[in-house]
Structures are given as C-alpha cells and as structure tokens.
Design a protein around this ligand. Sequence first.
Ligand code: PLP
Length: 426
Amino acid sequence: MQKSQQLFENAKNIIPGGVNSPVRAFNGVGGTPCFIKRAEGAYIYDADDKAYIDYVGSWGPMILGHNHPAIREAVIETAQNGLSFGAPTELEITMAEKVRELVPSMESLRMVSSGTEATMSAIRLARGYTGRDKILKFEGCYHGHADSLLVKAGSGALTMGVPNSPGIPEDFAKHTLTVSYNKLDEVKAMFEQVGQDIACIIVEPVAGNMNCIPPVEGFLEGLREICDQYGSVLIFDEVMTGFRVALGGAQAFYNVTPDLTTLGKVIGGGMPVGAFGGKKAIMDYIAPVGPVYQAGTLSGNPIAMAAGLASLNELSQGDKHQQLASATEKLAMGFKAAAERNGISLSINYAGAMFGFFFTDEEQITTYEQATACDGEKFKRFFHLMLEQGVYLAPSAFEASFLSTAHTEEILDKTLEAADKCFAQL
Ligand code: PLP
C-alpha cells in the first residue's frame, strides 16, 4: 500500500479527491484506494505489485477478464490506420449490426462514448417523441450523471450521500418523478395522477447501483403494460446488465421487451463506448432524420468500435453466459455457506454474472429501503479484510460485483477460502 498511499497524496493535490470518478476514492469504505498498474485475466496489480482477484472488472466492462488478447490485438491493429476521422466508417455498421443481432429490440441504434450519454440521449428522445416533459425513475437506480437523472440516484451518488446533487436547478429536477424499485403499486398510483404527462419510465432491469437487486416477478412486465396503456416509452437502462445478465441482456433473461435500450460498459470492451437504440419509429426522431438533436465528436470512434466488436464477438462464442451464471451461483452459495459457518447473517442476490451481498438478518433484499438499512460498518470491515487477503470487491456497499470468464474454479475457491477467514474475523 506504500506506493498507493504516496500516489493518493500526490493525486489529491491536483485532482479533486484524488480521483476522476468519486467511488474510486474509497470514501464508502475508508482507507487508501489501490492505484492500479496493470491487470491480467481475473487479477489486478497495484502500484506495489500486490495482486488482487478483481470483482469490479472496471465497473463492468471486463467480462472476458483483463487485457484479453483478442481485444488488445483489435485495438492495436485498428490504431495503425489512425485514431479518429469524424466521418462514418464501415466498422460502425458492423458494430451496430452485431449489437442488433444480440439485442434484437434495438432495431436502430446510435453509438455514443459513455453510459451517461446513452441515457441522457434516450431521455431526450423519449421526451421529443412523446412531446411530454416528465420522466419516471426509481429511487436508488443510477443512470449516469445527467442533470435530470441525478435525482434519488444510486451508485457513487448514494455512496457519497448526495443522491440529489446540488447544482441541478429545481426547475429541471421537478420533471423527474421517483418511486420505489420493485413496487408496481407506486408506479400505477403515479401514472393514475400524471400518466398523460410522463414521457418515459427508465429502469435498471436488474438494479446494480444500490448493490444488486433483481426485479421481483411481474415487475418488468407490469412496467411494460403501464407504458403501453399510457403511451409512455419504456427504457431499459442496460448499461450494466447488457451482455452480462445474458448475452441478450436482462430483456432476454426476463423476456420483457423495452421500447428503447441504453448500453455501456461491456459494449466497449474497456474503451469509452455507449449506445442507445430501439424501435425504429422512435429512433427516426433523432437528427439528422428527425428533429431531436444528439451528436458526438468521438461517437463511433474506430478504436473504441474495434475493442467493442472484438469483445462482443468473443463473448458470443460458445456458451459463455452459462459458464458465467454457474460461476456466479457457486460464488454466491459459497459466500452464504462461509458466512453461516461463522455465524454471520448474510443475504445474497445474483443474476447472470452480477451479484451482491448484504449484511442483514433479512432473508431476501428486494427494495431500496432494505438495501440501505443493511449493516454498512460490517461491510466496510469485510471489504478491508478481503482486500488484505488479496480480493478486490467494489469499495461501496451500494455497488454490485461482477464476474468474468477469467474467474476460474480455482480462483473462485481461493476467494471463498479468503471469505471464510474474513467472516471468522468479523
Ligand atoms: N446506467 C447504469 C445502469 C450504470 O450503472 C452507469 C454507470 O455505472 C451509467 C448508466 C453511466 O455510465 P457511465 O459511467 O459510462 O457514464
């Protein structure tokens, strides 16, 4: 930790909080963030060359493990031809076709450079398409840091205790309605009041920014019905779940089709990529075909497209998601058993290749209220004990953890051995 400590001090002198994205600062768990030098497969290595089994995976993109040769080669090869042209390329068509093959509800789609851009653009499009101003989101869901979405937000905003950020005019925030995740009654009640003014519902089909909370049975189906009834656009924010919960995302896993989908993380294979897309009739409202403006100097960047395409191609080979789901289940069950052996009450949620654990006596966590009522102090101690053992979990109780195809049986066993020791010390 010595070098990380020194680097953190240096960083704090020039970068706010020493980091370029708040959760990285370890505020949620205390202590010094690990400064990372390199990564390979399931491991990351800090500035002092200590190895950690990584369950953060760059917050999602690294579903094939770090430094995957196919992605690295694609980047190097594509870079030989220049880094950016600001004009269309054939690669963008290939990439869009690949995404549509995997997520067929995205009949038409556009590339952007981050998840935030994807959700921000989808919201604008939904508003432009319906001619309505209000949007509905769920407390504890995070959809990036666009103004209208930083209302009762999860992820870093929740970790830092600022789910409603200062700097967002009341005039903007008032158009964002919030209700509880997994509570269809609240959604119905809100629509009964102002349904004709609601442009869209935006939802994480598996919530991953207030820890990991899968949808209860009927929740996503219910949202679909309500949107159909009121002529609102249903947006699945699959920035986290896309290509992770299943190859076709949560919409394939739960068999509910949204009108628009937003993607990020895995779609870029580690490069800055996002995308939004869906029904062609809606997407045709986007400029230059339609009147809703949206643009980007580096959108569809060739290096980013090459990395993303290589990642998606690789991920489509064989039944990787079956393997990922089994590994996640093994790990989740192993954590639960280790906790029980040591007299610790733990509840675990998982879906596809994402999971989260909660220090609580409750059998199952399905709501924001339950997630935020869990024992945060115990999580912090567990996080640091695991870190000492060489296991890198998300440094916040409000983030999901991720597996990759590089997490072998042996690595999972090592993780569970470490967890056993750490639970014993809690
Ligand atoms: N939507 C979801 C569900 C996310 O988890 C995130 C980021 O964690 C975003 C949107 C924002 O993506 P980005 O950080 O790439 O802007």
